[in-house]
Design a protein around this ligand. Sequence first.
Ligand SMILES: C[S@@+](CC[C@H](N)C(=O)[O-])C[C@H]1O[C@@H](n2cnc3c(N)ncnc32)[C@H](O)[C@@H]1O
Length: 237
Amino acid sequence: MTKPTREQIDAEFAARRAKAREEVNKLDRNTIHSEPERGAFFNTVYDRANDDAAQIPWADLAPKPQLAAWLKANPGNGQTALDIACGLGDNAEEIAAARYDTTAFDLSQTAIDWAKQRFPSSKVKYLAASLFEPPMEWRGGFELVNECYTLQALPPQMLDKSTRAIANLVKPGGTLLVYSRMRHNIETPDGPPWPLHENDLMKFADLGFSLVADERFEVVRGERKVHHQFAHWHKSP
Ligand SMILES: C[S@@+](CC[C@H](N)C(=O)[O-])C[C@H]1O[C@@H](n2cnc3c(N)ncnc32)[C@H](O)[C@@H]1O
């Protein structure tokens, strides 16, 4: 039998991931109104994946290219960094590789165990925790905070609370990176996910951050091109 090519393997993985996305969306719609924080949903997705990353619709198994480019231009020198809701750990690993003293957390213990298993000699401190009940010592504790796809993964009624929770983790004078899907239309979208509007991100300005740079781009998802933004914020000292 001939060995499958890289393209065939990737196509097969993408097809299984698309199928898994349909299934988890169905599962989600049944619980979303009873549990806006979606903890049970995320735990279920990781728990039932049985170590098959194709079952995790958001797992690219690679760091986000915009984050990687930012880190190349802004390497660390032992500064503290936090990756919020780290999933399977690819962004956290990239941050640590850029010489940041990196902590990464996710509410799912399964995701955390999986990340540790994928990166057995990692320098990242992985742990299970909730964004809404972080350890006390994390408050204002990190010089670099990276947030990727968490704000949009929580319903719009959670946005004020989630934005504030993220902002609280950044040290005064520190940096916050936010990677998200974006929408142009002001009306509340029918999620999940709930792509953000520019006004949503401006909540960080109200919390003492100034926008240093933002990159807008499109990510191809199947037949669609999805608007995205990668924003770099500075917290006032
Ligand atoms: C769409 S996924 C993105 C994961 C990862 N950041 C990435 O880009 O691959 C959202 C992640 O947020 C995590 N999550 C959701 N609510 C959370 C909370 N309150 N505290 C910590 N993690 C949370 C989920 O378990 C999930 O891993």
